[in-house]
Structure formats: structure tokens, C-alpha cells
Design a protein around this ligand. Structure first.
Ligand SMILES: [Zn+2]
Length: 311
């Protein structure tokens, strides 16, 4: 049985795991992401891989990276939260670990993990919408991961939804992730919270102390503001998903990221906004919106499986 290693390089931590053909993680290692230093990130990845490969016979390594990954599947073209610019990450790691290495966009890897072993294991066409700090996307059509000509397909968070809207880290204005992300949820909460709201109390009396998990907690406890904030987030998400469905026609949309913790408080508004905004909604089948099932490990499992397929 061929084992492979999946590595998930995030903004705060790097996680690496040995994964089998069934998508099961046999062993896992983690470390903090060395801040903004590409050479240190690379050596941290090599360290984790070598440690795991010393104990398990592995055939290949897949690295999921939060950034734009080139069509060569080795170069990180751009990473908004890490210092990668045209970084030949895959080739550099491969030279040190001695087995084939492929690099994938982290949400593409997570989408593939959910498609192979998670919420979309029963379908051929899937769109993953990962709602975290930003909004990431991964697209599987006809059982194939959609990478595009230049490797950067599926950057759905940068679909423009508001002309001349809020500025985005990508250099444009009005991108979907400025309205439909965890960061947008927190921004709105800080702007709308009022004196005496339990959310403000939970945040220590200061709006700047409000975090996403606090909003989830208060919404589940019945706080009207937090429920309405999640409903607005769901509305933005559902509208955008309706536009994407007009292009991609997926069978299932998998919602990943921390917002999934809100369950029906966000899912129901997403489904309603989707149904209300899908073109010709009354005369076509509607896709299903589901929550991701692999959690934080989707990227690692997906990257390991993509490495297996290409080795
Ligand atoms: Zn953008």
C-alpha cells in the first residue's frame, strides 16, 4: 500500500501527516509557521517530512499552500499572508527529501480531500467554498480538479460582487471575500454591536475584542444581533454561490472553514439566498449545500492524495 505525506502550510502553523489510500491519517506532526521567512518555512516543511519519512515508507509528498500556485505545481506565484513570490517551493523541498513533491493551492487540496473522502464523496462535480479570513475556492468537475491554464483557477473570493466596493488585499475593489468572509463578519459585528449587547460583554467591553468564535457562541445562545450577522453572511454567500452555479453547475457545494461551526444559523440563509438568486430557479434542479466533514485535515488529506495520483 502506497503511503504519501500531505503538508498543509498555513499562516500560523504547518501540519504534515502520513496518509493512506483510504484518506486515513496514520501519523501527524505540526509546528508553528516561521513568520514571513521563506527559507525558514521551507526548512520547517523539510524537517517535518524527513521526520515522518524516517518512520514510514512514503512514495510522494503533496504540499497545500495558501497562495497562487503555478501550473507547474511546484512554484508558489504569490501568497497574500506569506512572503512567497515566484517561490520554487516544490522543487526545493524535493531536492532535500528525495521523493516526488507537488504543490497545490490549499483550498484546491481541501476540495479534493472532501471530494475523495468527505462531504462530496458521492458526487462527480463539487464546489468548495472555504470561509475563513478570506473566501477560498476549489472546483472539481467530472471528477477532475480544475486548475486552469495557469494553475490559478478557483480564486472565487476575488469575484467582484460590488462595483467600486471595499478594497481587497489582491489590489482590487468589491471582491466577494470582503463581504462573505469571517473577517467581514467580524468587521460588521464591531460596527453594529451596541452597549449592553452580550457580545460586547463577552469581548471584554470593547468592540475591537470581538472575534468570529464569539459571534458563533452568542448566535447559538440566541443573541439577535449575532443571528442577524450570520444571516447577512449567509445571504452574501448564497448570492455568490448562485452566480458560481450559473457558471459551474456543481452537484454539491461544500462549505468549509470556521463558519461551518454556526451550522443551520448560516446554512439556512445560504440555501435561501441561493434559491432566491439562482437564474431560472423554478425551472432547473438545485444543488445541495453541505458542510465539510474533514475539518482542518481536509487540505492535508487532499494534498497527500493528489501527490499519490501524480507519483
Ligand atoms: Zn480580491
Amino acid at each position: 500500500m502506497a503511503l504519501t505525506i500531505g503538508v498543509d502550510v498555513g499562516g500560523t502553523k504547518i501540519a504534515a501527516g502520513v496518509v493512506d489510500e483510504e484518506g486515513k491519517i496514520l501519523e501527524e506532526q505540526r509546528c508553528h509557521t516561521p513568520a514571513r521567512d521563506t527559507a525558514q518555512i521551507q526548512s520547517a516543511v523539510v524537517g517535518l517530512v524527513k521526520e515522518l519519512a524516517a518512520r514510514q515508507d512514503v512514495a510522494a509528498v503533496g504540499i497545500g499552500a495558501a497562495g497562487f500556485v503555478g501550473a507547474d505545481r511546484t512554484t508558489v506565484l504569490f501568497a497574500p499572508n506569506l512572503a512567497w513570490r515566484d517561490e520554487p517551493l516544490g522543487a526545493a523541498v524535493q531536492a532535500q527529501v528525495g521523493v516526488p513533491v507537488v504543490v497545490e493551492n490549499d483550498v484546491n487540496a481541501a476540495a479534493w480531500g472532501e471530494f475523495r473522502f468527505g462531504a462530496g464523496a458521492d458526487v462527480d462535480d463539487l464546489l468548495m467554498v472555504a470561509v475563513g479570513t478570506g473566501v477560498g475556492g476549489g472546483i472539481v468537475l467530472g471528477g477532475q480538479l480544475l486548475r486552469g491554464s495557469f494553475g490559478v483557477a478557483g480564486e472565487i473570493g476575488h469575484m467582484r460582487v460590488v462595483p467600486n466596493g471595499l478594497p481587497c488585499g489582491c489590489g482590487r475593489h468589491g471582491c466577494w471575500e470582503q463581504y462573505a468572509s469571517g473577517r467581514a463578519l467580524v468587521r460588521e459585528a464591531r460596527a453594529r454591536v451596541w452597549d449592553g449587547d452580550p457580545l460586547l460583554e463577552l469581548a471584554g467591553g470593547s468592540a475591537t475584542g470581538i472575534t468570529g468564535p464569539m459571534i458563533m457562541t452568542e448566535a447559538q445562545a440566541g443573541d439577535a444581533l449575532c443571528i442577524s450577522l450570520l444571516a447577512d453572511l449567509g445571504q452574501w454567500l448564497g448570492e455568490g454561490i448562485a452566480s458560481l452555479a450559473a457558471i459551474l453547475d456543481p452537484r454539491v457545494v461544500v462549505i468549509g472553514g470556521g463558519v461551518g461551526d454556526a451550522g443551520d444559523l448560516v446554512l439556512e440563509p445560504i440555501r435561501k439566498a441561493f434559491d432566491d438568486n439562482l437564474p431560472a430557479a423554478a425551472n432547473r434542479p438545485h444543488l445541495e449545500v453541505r458542510l465539510a466533514t474533514l475539518g482542518n485535515e481536509a487540505g492535508m488529506i487532499g494534498a497527500a492524495d493528489l501527490a499519490r495520483a501524480s507519483s
